[in-house]
Design a protein around this ligand. Sequence first.
Ligand code: ADP
Ligand code: MG
Length: 729
Amino acid sequence: MAQFRTIAFQEVLKRKPVKVEAPSNEVTVYFGTKVFDLVKMEKYLSKEAYRAVRKAIGEGGHIDRKMADQVAAGMRDWAIDNGATHYTHWFHPLTDGTAEKHDGFIEFGDFGGPVESFSGDLLVQQEPDASSFPSGGIRNTFEARGYTAWDVSSPAFLVGTTLCIPTVFVSYTGEALDYKAPLLKALSELNKAAVDVCHYFDKNVSKVFATLGWEQEYFLVDEAFYNARPDLILTGRTLVGHQSSKDQQLDDHYFSSIPERVKSFMEDFEIEAYKLGIPVKTRHNEVAPNQFECAPIFEEVNLANDHNQLIMDVMKRVARRHGFQVLFHEKPFGGINGSGKHNNWSLATDTGVNLLSPGKNPKSNLQFLTFLVNVVKMVHDNQDLLRASILTAGNSHRLGANEAPPAILSIFLGSTLSKVLEDLATNVPKKKMSPEKKTELKLGIGKIPEILLDNTDRNRTSPFAFTGNRFEFRAVGSAANCAAPMIALNSALAVQLKEFKKEVDALIAKGLKKDEAIFQMLRKTINESRNILFEGDNYSDDWKKEAEKRGLTNITSVPESLATYFSEQSKKVLIGGGIFTERELKGRVEVEYEKFTKKIQIEARVLGDLVINHVVPTAVQYQNKLIENVKGLKEIFSEKEFKEQAGDRLELIREISDHVSMIKGMVYEMVEARKVANKLEDEVEKAYAYDREVRPYLDKIRYHVDKLERVVDDELWPLPKYREMLFTR
Ligand code: ADP
Ligand code: MG
């Protein structure tokens, strides 16, 4: 076994589960201790300041400078009481992950000595240099400044000795450079549109907020193996590696007992999560070996997303204490399942109603159906936008690549609900309704909860499934910032609800009763969008054909998908809906093109190095051994016997030569393709060139490397193998 691999293997064999102790066996004792939440605010703030913050949270508003000073002082005192020395504005730039720049509380006071200080100005706004964050041409070099501003709706928290303040990140000229600013806009638009629609049914509703419960899938790999795999370190996925003889065929990993070392890692990061107020609830093994999942209790979208970004950080940090590396990449290992991040999503009112949950009477069920049907129409009209929001270089290995949700968007409602919609589409008369007809329709609707209860059918192949009281957007990738799909989804629904309301109001103005106007619009909306509904197997080839017949789009290329951000419909939602300016949208999509290009570029470079420095020399070394062997055989055997004895080895020598020259030739071609692509000035053209001309080499080269792995002496092979990384723990 090659040296690195041997050392790694020995290290892994020595590992023991790390002992983990919770502060208490009752989570409530330490839940949220590291969060500056309302309870702590009440203690550390003046009544006046506390009320101002509460009001700002409730109404999504701002607090003035004078009040900010008071809040900052209270926040600082709490942080210092809990061991903090530094603070940072914590934000979500358009890269993967979050960003922070730490500053000490220390300042020189009036008399020259150091004091612990943190003013309202520093709390509310800061000006980090924006020039190193992607902006897609928005940021001019002469105006590199950007600023971060406090998001009052997400509480500050402590990580180690640093107070982290969730913020939005915008350019000096006011354009969003992050995920949070547009997300907050989308949620606020949705709130307005949804409240208006709720008022058809209940005047008491004054706020509607979207809820998100993410399910984070991930792989664990031992740190020693990880460090011996340059591809994992630099790209987050294995670019080569022959499949293990056994992987997930037996389905023996999903929900099976969790290995001890992994369990103590889970306990450890869950404790950290609880302290940070992240309500993690579920943990289990996933389908692939060494694949796991963690899911919290759902929360309001913005907070839930902050928590998701935060927990990804926490998991990475805690994993190292246990000798693990967490892989959030969507496809770390070829040939076995990749990782997703299902976004469970719904809408809740401040009156405590889940708008996507069937109600108790005909009226609340009509409200439920109204929102449900609008979601269906929204997905139908915005297939491309939704896909564009989640189709990244990493996720493209899942979507459309014979695994978990295809790149075709469709909705699964379950047979009961599909039938209800079908009935509405056919039974609502086009002309004026008789009172009897109305009663009949309402009675039918009133029965929904009963039928739904005993019809909990599920479809795990659907990219967008209704699961009883929420939708589950299952196509989202494990590495994603949920804000991307949440911006698309919520802003698109806001636009859809506004259009729906406009038409209902028009019918009412024409003299129709409210209920009847709604029935009419439901029928129309269902008819316009029902071809997005699909109950069958989304992985099947038949569905691809059927979807094409229905006119649904199926885009698997990232650059092609990104182009749909500029379709009429996407612009109507994002620009017309007030989420982005034209310039912001252009900048943002350009960042996505750049990100895609760079990811493929890095993968291509790493693969080139890996095969030329690791794989080819190893193959040649083994080949030399074989040649020596053949020479020896020739010495001791007669010509006739030699032919019998050495035939297979000669064959192997030739096979190795073939693979090596194929690899070398293709690496050369790949480098040339990269040179051509790199010369392209236009980011879009460059992304296409990388997608079409460079990317195919990754698989083609890998094919030959994996063949070599199978024939080369295991003693010599330098890279930890799949069976080792996936099964040793
Ligand atoms: P499954 O694997 O069966 O989909 P999980 O329990 O793993 O179920 O995940 C379900 C997720 O859905 C949890 O995060 C849960 O909090 C979330 N969820 C439940 N109700 C809602 C809702 N109304 N809005 C958003 N998310 C929800
Ligand atoms: Mg799920």
